[in-house]
Design a protein around this ligand. Structure first.
Ligand code: CA
Ligand code: CA
Length: 299
């Protein structure tokens, strides 16, 4: 098994990053990941601001996939997500939806026991581990790992879970895949600026798809096909995620333009991924059974 250790942490997704490892398509690779604080917060007396910005949102990588060329699609199957036995959360004034309301920098260490996050005596939350940051290198610019975009990045989409399959653009030779920022559990919105932040390791299988055009990033998760988009405002992100799914219905399933819109208005769920990162992220979810009716399978 190929492993990339967490010490290979980057803070920017960039065409200039040196690949840590090169693999052929079809290979399974384990990415060991720090939590979003570079594992710096261990106790509840350590506030958010004790972690320098140079330690926030590291991603492990990048991985070079042989044969991946600009214009191809990188297929990333999430085979498994293993997480540590405890995670942390923080609040920070002026950050997040409740930035004007939270009383200060509060840190909470939350143990995981028997598949549940022990929030307090009464509330034990079933975990659903997910990947917050996962992306490829942009073509020319360098994008901080804390920012989402067309390349993926800090999308904080709670549907990127074990068993899901993520499709990302290949912008540079080798794609340069990296990931981090696991959450034991997170709700849509991530409103207080974090999920249950936790170190862990992700096993993925990478493949290269050539000669296909899909609106990316795209995700197949549980019984849904999902388009994900990020923009400066939630309105713009919501529109782009919708336009991307509409494009898919027209181009891949051959639906007429107006009918594709009607269909999305009936069965396409428009949802929020997160509203706390430098760009906002939304997603449009299409039920799998629609694809089944057309015998369509994403490669
Ligand atoms: Ca995140
Ligand atoms: Ca996070």
């Amino acid at each position: 098994m190929e492993i990339i250790y967490k010490e290979n942490a980057i803070l920017k997704m960039s065409p200039n990053n040196r690949p840590i490892k090169k693999v052929n398509p079809g290979t399974e690779v384990v990415f060991e990941t720090y939590d979003c604080f570079s594992n710096q917060i261990k106790r509840e007396d350590q506030p958010f601001s004790s972690v320098g910005w140079d330690k926030i949102n590291p991603a492990t990588g990048p991985l070079f996939i042989e044969g991946a060329e600009p214009g191809d699609i990188l297929k990333v199957e999430i085979i498994d997500i293993k997480i540590d036995s405890k995670g942390v959360m923080t609040t920070a004034p002026k950050h997040g939806v409740l930035g004007d309301i939270v009383t200060g920098e509060t840190t909470k260490v939350i143990p995981i026991q028997e598949g549940k996050a022990i929030f307090n005596d009464k509330i034990h939350i079933p975990i659903k581990p997910m990947i917050g940051v996962i992306g490829t290198a942009p073509a020319r610019e360098e994008i901080p790992t804390g920012t989402p975009g067309a390349h993926g990045g800090n999308m904080d989409c709670k549907k990127i879970i074990k068993g899901s399959c993520l499709y990302l653009p290949v912008n540079v030779p080798g794609a340069l895949l990296s990931m981090g920022d696991l959450h034991a559990v997170m709700a849509d919105g991530e409103i207080v600026i974090c999920g249950l932040e936790i170190p862990g390791e992700v096993t993925v299988k990478v493949d290269v798809i050539k000669g296909e055009s899909l609106p990316l990033p795209m995700l197949v998760s549980e019984d849904r096909l999902i388009t994900i988009a990020s923009a400066e405002t939630l309105d713009e992100a919501a529109k782009q995620a919708t336009v991307n799914m509409h494009q898919f219905l027209v181009e891949q399933l051959g639906l007429p333009i107006d009918e594709a819109g009607m269909l999305l208005s009936l069965v396409g769920d428009l949802r929020i991924c997160q509203v706390v990162d430098p760009l906002m992220t939304a997603r449009m979810e299409l039920p799998q059974w629609i694809l089944d009716q057309y015998d369509y399978q994403v490669k």
